[in-house]
Ligand binder design. Structure first.
Ligand code: FE
Length: 177
């Protein structure tokens, strides 16, 4: 009973917190279609990993991209370029250009951050447990450059039941010609 209460409390705190931990209004129950989060970043064995120094990233990225991708920052809700982007195309990593998400898996989460129910290719997005902000969340990264993208939650729509809550600043949208 006490454990159940702790879990509920932790969930409540995580929903209350701002950042990509914001709750999804009117989320549908989708436990029956729930799948697991992507594999941990450390287990990802991509041959052409992009590894740069902090100084190199600073030169290439805007201050906002650097703060989010390399320092695990979060943009304010409803301020990014892509939360309300309804165009058809591909969302690439703003750091290294790897394809991360496709527009046909983007959905209206109501959170103010671009939200997707699955990565474009399973191996392109890696995850890691994030215990900051007094709660447990699952952080997601670009598997090639390790750039911070946002978090993944289990209150997404079908067919996966997952909600990848991503910072627009971590993405570079490529419109389909
Ligand atoms: Fe990347």
């Amino acid at each position: 009973m006490r454990r159940a209460f702790s879990v509920l409390l932790a969930f409540g705190v995580s929903q209350w917190l701002t950042g990509c931990g914001g709750s999804r209004p009117n989320a549908e129950a989708s436990a029956s279609v729930r799948t697991t989060a992507p594999p941990p970043l450390a287990s990802w064995n991509m041959k052409d990993k992009v590894i740069k120094t902090e100084e190199e990233w600073k030169k290439e990225l805007t201050p906002e991209q650097f703060r989010i991708l390399r320092k695990k920052g979060t943009e304010r809700a409803f301020t990014g370029a892509d939360w309300n982007n309804h165009e058809v195309g591909t969302f690439r990593c703003a750091g290294c250009g790897l394809e991360l998400f496709a527009s046909d898996t983007k959905f209206e989460s109501g959170t103010g951050w671009p939200s997707f129910y699955q990565p474009i290719t399973e191996g392109h997005v890696a995850s890691e447990e994030d215990n900051s902000l007094f709660t447990r969340r699952v952080e997601v990264h670009c598997a090639r450059c390790g750039g911070h993208l946002g978090h993944v939650f289990e209150d997404g729509p079908k067919p996966t039941g997952l909600r990848y809550c991503i910072n627009s600043a971590s993405l570079k949208f490529e419109k389909k010609p």
